[in-house]
Write a protein that binds this ligand. Structure first.
Ligand code: ATP
Ligand code: MG
Length: 347
């Protein structure tokens, strides 16, 4: 692939904070961004152009695609029909297979198992009628997750015993509970030439299903972290992937288990803004623009903390702290559970 010339336009599907930070990184490299987003969203404030239209609006999709040189996304749940139309006009990176695999938790787990990686034990629960057998098979505790559209722990039901009968209402997967000692993630990138670069795995702490902090270094043995990076590299190679991917892993006494993959920049990679010369957002733009990747070397120890809902009240205090980088997403109302920004604290 030829390198995208400065002044070219990158189309971004999805206008949340990830799209916003991608757009800033792209502009630093001399590119323009055109954001496509059905709702009013924070990326539009910093983009060259915004299309505010639903993913069903064929005329808007067509005009968007024609105005850009390449299309990427910060949101993996774009409807297939929209992607078909867009792809008939401009290339989409990361490719459609990566999207198809990660849009559905069942396909994702089948793919991971198929390339020899461990996942939580799982069963397809297509309808409510499949649930008793799946629960009997996997035992309790277990977690029922909607196959599509889940994020921040939404669409998940925990089963404490096998007699419990709750239902998500849509096709789901039942996962056996993984008794993990830690959660880590690898932010990995693959360039258009097949070059792969990974950042140091970060330690992730969740509260109420939402990521609270990511810390690097994560304090786990080097051999385990090498394994994690090799697993992430195997995933992006198998998908012929171009761009940044987040790979979430459980650490267990028996080794690493892949929780899920996200075919985009990832919340647990925000620390790279303070820890690396080329952060995950620039890395993704470099990959989709056909530029050489930056290396993943880390120059600082960092703790990233998400600012969720009421955490915004701590802003005056955070702004006074030394060695703290504040990132705000420009969202209006600080509702409970809403990601408003994050801070990167140099340790
Ligand atoms: P996110 O948007 O934060 O990635 P999500 O909605 O995609 O979340 P998951 O990553 O599948 O959801 O699960 C959220 C959290 O729930 C995990 O980070 C982990 O703490 C816990 N969890 C999920 N699946 C399992 C499992 N099989 N065993 C034990 N804990 C689990
Ligand atoms: Mg997750």
């Amino acid at each position: 692939m030829t390198e995208l010339a400065p002044g070219s336009t990158i189309g971004i599907l999805g206008g949340g904070q990830l799209g916003r930070m991608l757009s800033v990184a792209a502009s630093r490299l001399g590119y323009r961004c055109h954001v496509y987003e059905p709702a009013a969203a924070p990326a539009g404030d910093v983009a060259h152009a915004v299309t505010n239209a639903p993913y069903e609006d064929q005329a808007a999709l067509r005009a968007f695609a024609e105005s850009v040189d390449v299309i990427t996304y910060e949101f993996e749940n774009v409807p297939t029909a929209a992607l078909d139309l867009l792809e008939s006009i401009r290339p989409i990176r990361p490719n459609r297979r990566a999207l198809a695999v990660s849009q559905d938790r069942l396909t994702e787990k089948d793919f991971l198992a198929g390339i020899g990686l461990r996942t939580a034990p799982y069963r397809n629960v297509e309808t409510e009628a499949d649930l008793p057998a799946a629960l009997a098979d996997l035992g309790a505790p277990a977690i029922l997750k909607t196959r599509r559209m889940g994020y921040d722990g939404k669409g998940q039901i925990r089963f404490r015993d096998t007699d419990q009968r709750d239902w998500t209402g849509v096709p789901s997967v039942l996962e056996g509970f993984v008794d993990f000692t830690a959660e880590i993630s690898v932010i990995v990138a693959r360039g258009a030439d097949g070059q792969v670069a990974a950042y140091d795995p970060g330690l992730n702490v969740h509260r109420e299903g939402i990521l609270r902090t990511t810390t690097v270094p994560c304090g786990l043995p080097a051999s385990l972290l090498t394994d994690a990076v090799l697993m992430a590299a195997r995933i992006v190679n198998a998908l012929d992937y171009v761009g940044v991917m987040g790979v979430e892993l459980f650490v267990t006494p028996q080794g690493l288990v892949v929780n899920e993959i996200a075919p985009r920049v990832h919340n647990s990679g925000h620390w790279t803004q303070a820890g690396c010369a080329v952060d995950q957002f620039e890395q993704h733009i470099r990959a989709v623009a056909g530029l050489p990747l930056g290396d993943g070397q880390r120059y600082a120890d960092v703790e990233m903390e998400n600012l969720i809902g009421d955490d915004m009240a701590r802003l005056p205090e955070l702004l006074r702290k030394p060695r703290v980088q504040v990132h705000l997403y420009g969202k209006g109302e600080a509702r409970p559970g809403r990601k408003m920004g994050h801070v990167n604290r140099l340790l």
